[in-house]
Design a protein around this ligand. Structure first.
Ligand code: NCD
Ligand code: ZN
Length: 356
């Protein structure tokens, strides 16, 4: 059961038309998986910030541009979709690469994964605060730093990792570089929401559909639920409510980033299952569910379609998307056997459906 579905069923419009949304945090993978997961996003979203945690990671502008071509080749012919690329920051990223990224019209940010924090982060950054010249280059070019904000200290409790990283690493870096533009990615805690709300406009955050709809009970509902395991891990109900309040507040510092992260069923349902929830096929409807439960559907457009574009300094999309109140159930999974992808909210009933 989805946590927010316990909320009162407030008055909801029969239909809603919004500016075509963008996804400001997305994993598209590569090869055969890329071909499977690009179409659902390309059909719904105008643009997406594409994460660089491939194997090997996308660490150079040349690598990002080549990856972009592979993504475009996987788009349906009639899709009008623009992938916005990111570079994966390592301890050895040269300043010249940051400057080249800032010059490229196709690179929109640089991603920091604390080393060992999540899927494919073994080449990540060991200590962000030591990358002074890179942070200065980001600050002076205005290219945003996209942060997976979790402490990797072995004795740090998994549920405290975001709060500890914020206190120990991210907040001091934001203070030390007053021109640095930061997206605190997939925030999961009330502390992160409060921090971003109080921070200057150069600091923003993305919020995923799963962190708006579920709390950590969903990982253990009647048994272990590997398809509700993502990083940062789901948190308490109080955190979920704080995220819903932030997303539906109309504060432009909070915008849509699905963190849709496909892993084949066999890699999720195993001894040591991968972190990641595949939400792309239902993402907009899932956000609509969260906003409808909060009685705030009229705020969905800002969050989904305006604030991210404004932060990244690109025009808002011209197209429109219509949602109608028409209960439906997403398919459980896409594909067969061990390579199937379990779809977020598959089998649940959603209130809104996108009509083309
Ligand atoms: C992401 C992935 O699978 O690439 N997984 C996840 O749980 N979100 C990595 C990430 O964004 O942390
Ligand atoms: Zn991610």
């Amino acid at each position: 059961m989805v946590a927010s579905m316990h909320d009162a069923n407030r008055s909801s419009p029969e239909s809603l038309e919004i500016t075509r949304p963008d996804d400001w945090h997305l994993h598209l993978r590569d090869g055969a998986m890329l071909a499977r997961v690009v179409p659902p996003t390309a059909r719904r979203f105008g643009r997406a910030i594409v994460m660089p945690n491939l194997v090997p990671a996308v660490t150079t502008v040349a690598g990002a541009l080549a990856y972009r071509e592979r993504i475009l080749a996987a788009c349906p012919d009639d899709a009008d979709f623009e992938p916005l690329m990111t570079l994966y920051l390592t301890d050895d990223t040269p300043v010249s690469e940051i400057e080249a990224a800032a010059m490229s019209p196709h690179v929109a940010g640089v991603k920091v994964y604390p080393r060992g924090a999540t899927t494919h982060s073994s080449e990540g950054v060991s200590d962000l605060s030591r990358l002074g010249s890179v942070l200065e280059a980001l600050a002076s070019t205005g290219l945003p730093l996209l942060v997976h904000g979790e402490s990797t200290a072995p004795d740090c409790d998994v549920f405290d990792r975001e709060r500890v990283y914020l206190e120990e690493t991210l907040s001091p870096v934001i203070d030390r570089y007053p021109a640095l533009r930061v997206v605190f990615e997939h925030i999961t805690t009330q502390e992160a929401a409060a921090f971003v709300r109080e921070a200057p406009p150069r600091v923003a955050a993305t919020i995923t559909p799963q962190h708006l709809l579920l709390n950590r009970n969903a990982i253990f509902a009647g048994g272990l639920r590997p398809h509700h395991y993502c990083l940062p891990v789901l948190k308490r109900e109080g955190d979920r409510r704080a995220l819903v309040a932030a997303a539906t507040s109309g504060d432009p510092s909070f915008f849509l980033g699905t963190d849709s992260a496909p892993h084949p069923r066999a890699a999720k349902e195993t001894d040591c299952g991968c972190a990641g929830i595949y939400s792309a096929p239902v993402a907009l409807e899932a956000y609509a569910e969260a906003f409808a439960s909060a009685g705030a559907l009229e705020r969905l457009e800002g969050f989904a379609s305006h604030f991210g574009a404004d932060f990244y300094g690109v025009p808002r999309n011209a197209g429109r998307v219509r949602l109608v109140a028409q209960p439906w159930s997403p398919p459980d999974s896409e594909g067969e056997g061990g390579s199937a992808l379990r779809v977020f909210l598959g089998g649940e009933t959603l209130r809104y459906r996108v009509v083309d």
